[in-house]
Write a protein that binds this ligand. Structure first.
Ligand SMILES: Cc1cc2nc3c(=O)[nH]c(=O)nc-3n(C[C@H](O)[C@H](O)[C@H](O)COP(=O)(O)O)c2cc1C
Ligand code: SF4
Length: 539
């Protein structure tokens, strides 16, 4: 049977891909993202360029693979498609270059070597259980290169979306039950629909890559390994929400992003993938980078709008919500960067693929970041995986040496070593423990519970924008009391702290103040006996 002809946008994409075809070559990528640079990745890149300059092997920079324990990594992609990730530290670069020159996949310092149809190598604990979707090509492409992105299947989701039309795209996102990856898990389809119906054009989309939450760094890896994936996802989201302009909102410390986004955006404009009548359709889209101001609160969606409009990061009163009144009072769809990448993937790969991953209520994959374990980094796992799999099996932690795992950030909760069967998906809750944005920290046995609470409330006090009294004064008062407890002064009773937490929770105007008290209450609920010995006597 003859193959069905491509519909117009897909045909335009195929033509663009053909015009950008690269000759098959061995390639080496040195991960040179923000997180890699402090480990000397620049020097390794320069040295490999020097050693291999008289060959046809291409040496490029890439984003991070997520394997932070192995910083700085080097990736090899052979002309036949085999891929390998290597430890840069201690790498005998001359020998490595010689093997590449001889057309061999080097094996010294390997972390994992992926064959064409699977993985070989014994040291795959970090990579093997992953289901890499948004990070599929992390480390194996120049993040600013359109031809690399196209060669890896890029813009297939957008082309299919343009051919389906906005209504069908919106239906698909709703049916997929794509839940926002920034922490709360609100369905993206519903927000896109509210935005579309929220008021007159112009409408906007914003990819939230602020990630000010302490010890969480999954967006950093995604932002710098897959910028074009984020922009493609924003375009699919914009189509669904009838928006035509977007902002990538990036943390002020993610320096590589500050360099790479303007380059990536310029490449897309040049190829006609940003601007007017994209891929021959009637869809127009503009996109720009906006660098966030310092502070956790800048990632809160209404504070973020203030920053883009040029004011200090202070949350707005809601309603109205951004879907009705966002940027400059216009309907605005705000999603986490990961949500946008997944949105384009659903269009590209289809509903059966998507619904086959994760759980019924939280389909798909989730990026998680883990600290305090031998193999620290960012992993992409199917929703529903047990936290213990990430922390112990993939991260390499020894449960016997762990006090707990902090999950969901400083206002999330703690899992004791016998509770690591906790499923990583949006609806699982144990006390204050929840998956949230996916940040996890293994806490060592010797750490005092009260110090965990103190670090948490200090972070909230520093993060408070000061707009409303309960949060401004409450976080300050709670910090003083918890500091006193930490110094053995019996400065507060359990009731004092519970009252403060309740007051902030019910009267603060944004999520920061509403959850700030958890930094103590979650510690108290988990390590009650330890904390009780420090508390003042009940009155
Ligand atoms: C204090 C505070 C900080 C936040 N920081 C971020 C952030 O850095 N990134 C993010 O995606 N969401 C953050 N959020 C949640 C956003 O307000 C918003 O819900 C989210 O960007 C929506 O995207 P999603 O639906 O794809 O998760 C924060 C919320 C609060 C209360
Ligand atoms: S709750 Fe805290 S961070 Fe949020 S607006 Fe009030 S003072 Fe600012």
């Amino acid at each position: 049977m003859a193959e069905a002809p491509d519909s117009p946008a897909l045909a335009a994409l195929r033509a663009l891909r053909e015009a950008n075809v690269q000759p098959k070559a061995h390639r080496v990528f040195v991960a040179n993202a923000t997180c890699c640079r402090e480990f000397g990745s620049d020097k390794i890149l320069a040295e490999l360029q020097r050693l291999l300059k008289d060959t046809k092997i291409r040496i490029d920079f890439s984003g991070c693979t997520g394997a932070h324990f192995a910083h700085p990594t080097i990736q090899v992609q052979m002309a036949d498609g085999r891929r390998g990730v290597f430890l840069g530290k201690g790498m005998p670069l001359r020998g490595f270059a010689e093997e590449l020159r001889a057309g061999k996949m080097p094996l010294a310092n390997r972390i994992v070597v992926f064959t064409l149809n699977g993985r070989v190598d014994e040291s795959t604990a970090f990579f093997a259980p992953q289901m890499r979707t948004t990070l599929r090509d992390a480390g194996f492409c120049d993040p600013t290169s359109l031809s690399d992105y196209l060669a890896n299947g890029g813009f297939e989701g957008l082309a299919k979306a343009l051919d389906m039309g906005a209504d069908a795209v919106l239906d698909t996102i709703k049916q997929a039950n794509l839940r926002g990856r920034g922490g709360v898990g609100f369905p993206m389809g519903q927000k896109a629909e509210f935005t579309r119906k929220g008021g007159a054009a112009p409408r906007y989309v914003v990819a939230n890559g602020e990630e000010g939450e302490e010890d969480t760094f999954k967006d950093e890896v995604l932002l710098e390994s897959n910028p074009l994936g984020i922009i493609e996802g924003m375009m699919v989201g914009a189509l669904a929400a009838a928006a035509n302009e977007g902002y990538v909102f990036v943390n002020h410390d993610y320096f590589a992003s500050h360099e790479w986004y303007p380059e990536a955006i310029a490449a897309l404009k040049k190829a006609g993938l940003l601007g007017r009548k994209i891929l021959g359709s009637s869809f127009d889209f503009k996109c720009q980078l906006k660098i966030s101001t310092a502070g956790y609160i800048s990632g809160e969606e209404s504070a973020l709008l203030e920053v883009i409009e040029g004011r200090p990061a202070r949350p707005r009163l809601r309603p109205p919500f951004p879907a009705q009144s966002g940027l400059w009072g216009r309907p605005t769809l705000i999603n986490n960067t990961e949500t946008f990448v997944l949105c384009a993937q659903i269009l590209a790969r289809g509903m059966d693929w998507w619904k086959g991953i994760g759980t019924a209520k939280s389909p798909g994959t989730k990026l998680v970041s883990i600290l305090g374990v031998p193999r620290e980094g960012v992993m992409e796992v199917p929703m529903g995986m047990a936290a213990g799999e990430v922390v112990v099996k993939m991260g390499g932690a020894d449960a016997a040496k762990m006090k707990a795992v902090q999950i969901g950030g400083p206002t999330g909760g703690y899992l004791l070593p016998d509770a690591l069967d906790f499923a990583l998906e949006f609806d699982t809750r144990r006390g204050h423990a929840l998956m949230g944005a996916g940040g996890m920290v293994a806490v060592p046995k010797g750490k005092r519970a009260i110090d965990l609470a103190l670090e948490g409330i200090k972070f909230m006090e520093e993060g408070s924008c000061g707009r409303c009294t309960p949060c401004r004064e409450g976080t300050h008062a709670m910090r003083i009391l918890v500091e006193g407890l930490a110094q053995g002064k019996k400065s507060a009773t359990a009731d004092d702290l519970a009252r403060l937490a309740r007051g902030m929770g019910t009267t603060s105007i944004c999520g920061l103040g509403q959850t700030a008290g958890n930094s103590f209450t979650a510690v108290y609920e988990t390590f009650r006996t330890e904390i009780e010995g420090l508390l003042g006597a009940a009155k």
